[in-house]
Design a protein around this ligand. Structure first.
Ligand SMILES: Nc1ncnc2c1ncn2[C@@H]1O[C@H](COP(=O)(O)OP(=O)(O)OP(=O)(O)O)[C@@H](O)[C@H]1O
Ligand SMILES: [Mg+2]
Length: 244
């Protein structure tokens, strides 16, 4: 089992869109038994896969009790399951801060080992206690960023943070340019300065996911956006394989 977190300090950079499409690609392109874990109380990833939190269940309590498997829901896609987000996750940060178990998340991810091949986490933005636990737990961080110098700077700061505070263990990093508009000089120049870095275009098909509530590879498989996600998924698998 390998775990992948879609993470960024910044909000609104396309994390949830990436998490949904990567999890879908894991299940459909690679045939992996995949769990998408929505850790953001907003529940955007859950919504985009046509699911909702069950009213009788608290995701935060499931995390506290270490009992998450009963909370898993099947998606409309074979091999793709979802741990839905709900509003209780708004209090997750406080709980994790008060709790003295700095590896709680790591332990929970390990508990998925026999049921899943890939676990994809959709994280809320920010360098929070949850983020620190994610850094201790996952194999790979996929970090979406807008093609701008400030986003590049934020990524450098993340590398520094990991080098300083996560010396004994840090996940592999895969930075990804998102919402790329090649008509913009700034976008073209920023991408040219980081050759080989994966690129997800600014695309109506991705923007529409909130209303279609379908991954792009399911709704528009021949589109440039779908191809970009499929190439990115290959990069993810290659990065995981290199890490061993
Ligand atoms: N490549 C893209 N092209 C066009 N629109 C996009 C793209 N990626 C994301 N969007 C749109 O941008 C908005 C933000 O995307 P998303 O919710 O995935 O970001 P996020 O980083 O998860 O945000 P948050 O920090 O609030 O969790 C959404 O309306 C989404 O549909
Ligand atoms: Mg999000």
């Amino acid at each position: 089992m390998r775990s992948i977190a879609v993470f960024s300090v910044k909000g609104g950079v396309g994390k949830s869109a990436l998490a949904v499409n990567l999890a879908h690609a894991a299940a459909t392109i690679s045939g992996r038994r995949t769990l998408l874990w929505d850790l953001d109380a907003q529940g955007a990833a859950t919504h985009m896969l046509r699911l909702a939190a069950r009213p009788d269940i608290s995701a935060r309590k499931g995390i506290a009790d270490g009992e998450l498997i009963p909370l898993v829901q099947a998606s409309d896609f074979a091999r793709l399951d979802v741990l839905a987000a709900d509003k209780s996750l708004r209090h997750l940060e406080r709980q994790l801060t008060e709790d003295d178990k700095s590896k709680r998340l790591k332990k929970l991810i390990k508990s998925f080992e026999k049921d899943y091949d890939r676990v994809v986490l959709d994280c809320p933005p920010g360098l929070t206690e949850l983020a620190e636990q994610v850094f201790r737990a996952v194999d790979l961080l996929v970090v979406p960023m807008l093609p701008s110098p400030l986003s590049m700077r934020a990524f450098d700061q993340l590398i520094e943070h990991l080098a300083k505070h996560h010396k004994s263990y840090a996940p592999a990093l895969l930075p990804v340019f998102t919402m790329v508009d090649r008509r913009k000089t700034l976008h073209r120049d920023t991408i040219a300065a980081a050759p080989g870095r994966p690129v997800i275009p600014y695309a109506a098909a991705i923007e529409a996911m909130a209303s279609t509530r379908l991954p792009v590879l399911a709704k528009a498989p021949g589109s440039p956006a779908a191809r970009a996600f499929s190439v990115l998924w290959t990069d993810v698998e290659r990065t995981l394989a290199k890490r061993g």
